[in-house]
Design a protein around this ligand. Structure first.
Ligand SMILES: [Zn+2]
Length: 569
């Protein structure tokens, strides 16, 4: 047999949770043809001695929608063993859109997902109106990893209602337009429908995002359409009152799988488990750190930037070098500390004022090992917490992040409980969103470095299942997330002894000059996407083998009985 690629003599972990076996993986074109022993010599061979060979990781909850237009690689997910991402979550997509509504549409994504409007304006060609046309444009872009795309409810509302999408419920005619476009989008390959009812989701001009104005029966109508067409999954963000009952009814009545971000919260996991116990199809999307923790730094944002006009405002308007000089001036420093203690903080959006709680801000000396809080360090040094932030920043030449946690963070026990549930997939990175503040594209690597290696809370087999087979199954990407004959040749090869996220860096490469956090990892030997080597030793090759995965073109590998359960090796 002519074999294009052989990954030789690795510790093969197939994604199903089955025990690792030492062996080879053979690839012909874009498919895996053999797992076990491959006698033929491949046209290309990768020596995986001492390394784990796993399915490429599947990141189901991303917001790469805008980024894919300016980043052919898929950073930072592509540096973390990820070979497939799903975008269009939480109701936000860049299609469908009428020419006059492009501004209205971007407003959803700018604020709620913190993707700069200037970058969107500079990079997007807006050559589409319908979702099907948009998918064709996506198809034509160079891509390192695979992308699957859901259609967003907020976009559908604006498509049908224009400005009224931000005002209130849809009329019967509006709903008809939404249903027509949803049907067409599913026919063109959308993998699902998404929405948000989240109270924290606002537009750039301080209004609730369009999906939040919908009545629940509008959501039910759209999801029921997917049920009738027997296609698509439904993703919803939001934890408003009564959501548990509504979601359970919805999956039971429609048969449509519901994907629900539970982060690391056991009370949200309960909603999923109850629905499954009643016979519904529901998946919790989980995190392996306290989710969406934001990173502060002098290079990007600080809590003190939320103080009104005053000492901090003046300081922060200067170049960093000058800030350094001023921070060393005892008088300036005393004024800064006083203002930080006594000044009035503005709210981020329509929430509480953003006053720092130093017991919930960690100094990020390590990217994945436990770190001290600012309050801990203040007690240790015997100084005020504000001084700690200043001193640590100066000691590290400003190359330090402070991780802003939650008011009531999940306990470690709770994080583990949620991860252990068979009804969850560890895939809540939000990659592509919150570009300058959140570095959660590395959650898969964190799982392997911290929870598997350092804490031994999971075996490699268990952890890999959470980030391959489980998300592929949740999104019904039947031929991904497993190593077995007939599956797509998306493969990640890593060293289990060294794999770890590296510290994020602030880079200034967004279109129109914005900055973002870039995060690399160590320990990844290679990723293979559709049979071609896309990254090697932590860098991208010249090849961009990623594809748009259209729902209607996803094959079911032979021997899997129509589901994505493992075929045995
Ligand atoms: Zn989201």
């Amino acid at each position: 047999m002519e074999v294009d690629l052989v990954i030789r003599n690795g510790l093969v972990i197939d994604g199903s949770g089955a025990p690792a076996v030492r062996g080879d993986v053979g690839v012909v074109e874009d498919r895996i043809v053999a797992v076990g022993q491959v006698d033929d010599v491949g046209r290309e061979e990768i020596d995986a001695d001492g390394l784990v060979v796993a399915p490429g990781f599947v990141d189901g909850h991303t917001h790469m929608d805008a980024q894919v237009f300016w980043d052919g690689l898929g950073a930072s997910s592509c540096w973390q063993g990820v070979t497939t991402v799903v975008m269009g979550n939480c109701g936000y997509t860049l299609a469908p859109v009428s020419p006059q509504d492009r501004q209205l549409l971007s407003r959803n994504i700018e604020r709620a997902e913190d993707i700069p409007g200037e970058a969107i304006a500079a990079a997007l060609p807006w050559t589409w109106t319908t979702f099907a046309e948009y998918l064709d444009v996506l198809d034509s872009l160079p891509k390192g990893v695979n992308y699957a795309q859901s259609i967003g409810h907020s976009a559908l509302r604006i498509w049908a209602m224009g400005e009224r999408a931000y005002d209130g419920p849809a009329t019967a005619d509006d709903l008809l337009l939404m249903e027509q476009e949803l049907r067409a989008a599913l026919g063109a390959g959308a993998v699902g429908l998404t929405t948000s009812t989240s109270r924290t989701h606002f537009t750039a001009d301080d209004r609730p995002v369009a999906s939040r104005l919908a009545r629940w029966d509008e959501v039910v109508s759209l999801v029921s359409l997917m049920g009738r067409e027997s296609t698509g999954v439904f993703q919803i963000g939001g934890t408003d009152e009564g959501i548990d009952g509504r979601l359970q009814e919805l999956t039971l009545a429609s048969g449509v799988p519901i994907l629900f971000p539970v982060g690391s919260f056991a009370r949200l996991l309960r909603i999923v488990e109850e629905a499954v116990a009643r016979g519904g199809s529901m998946w919790g999307l989980t995190h392996c750190r306290p989710p969406i923790s934001t990173l502060q730094s002098f290079h990007t944002h600080l809590s003190f930037d939320f103080l009104g006009a005053g000492e901090w405002r003046q300081l922060r308007s200067r170049p960093l070098e000058e800030q350094g000089r001023l921070l060393r001036d005892p008088e300036v420093r005393a004024r800064l500390v006083r203002e930080a203690q006594e000044g009035e903080y503005k709210p981020i959006s329509q929430g509480d004022p953003f006053k720092p709680d130093y017991d919930q801000i960690w100094i990020m000396y390590s990217q994945y090992l436990p770190n001290p809080t600012v309050a801990d360090e203040a007690r240790r040094r015997g100084v005020d917490p504000v001084e700690v932030m200043i001193d640590v920043a100066l000691e590290q030449d400003f190359d330090i992040f402070f991780l802003q946690g939650f008011n009531s963070p999940p306990s470690e026990e709770e994080i583990l409980q949620v991860l252990r549930s068979p009804n969850t997939a560890m895939t809540f990175s939000d990659s592509g969103a919150h570009l300058s503040q959140v570095a959660d594209a590395s959650i898969q690597t964190h799982l392997l470095a911290y929870w598997v290696r350092e804490r031994q809370a999971f075996t490699l087999e268990q952890a890999i299942r959470m980030i391959t087979h489980q998300p592929a199954k949740a999104w019904r990407l039947h031929d991904r997330g497993m190593l077995g004959p007939g599956y797509a040749a998306d493969i990640t090869i890593f060293d289990p002894d060294t794999v770890a996220p590296l510290m994020p860096r602030v880079v200034h490469d967004l279109p129109a000059g914005g900055s973002r956090l870039d995060q690399r990892a160590q320990g990844y030997k290679a990723t293979v996407v559709n049979g071609q080597v896309f990254t090697r030793d932590g860098d991208a090759t010249e090849i961009r083998p990623g594809r748009l995965l259209r729902r209607n073109q996803i094959p079911v590998p032979a021997g899997t009985g129509g589901s994505s359960e493992p075929s045995h090796l």
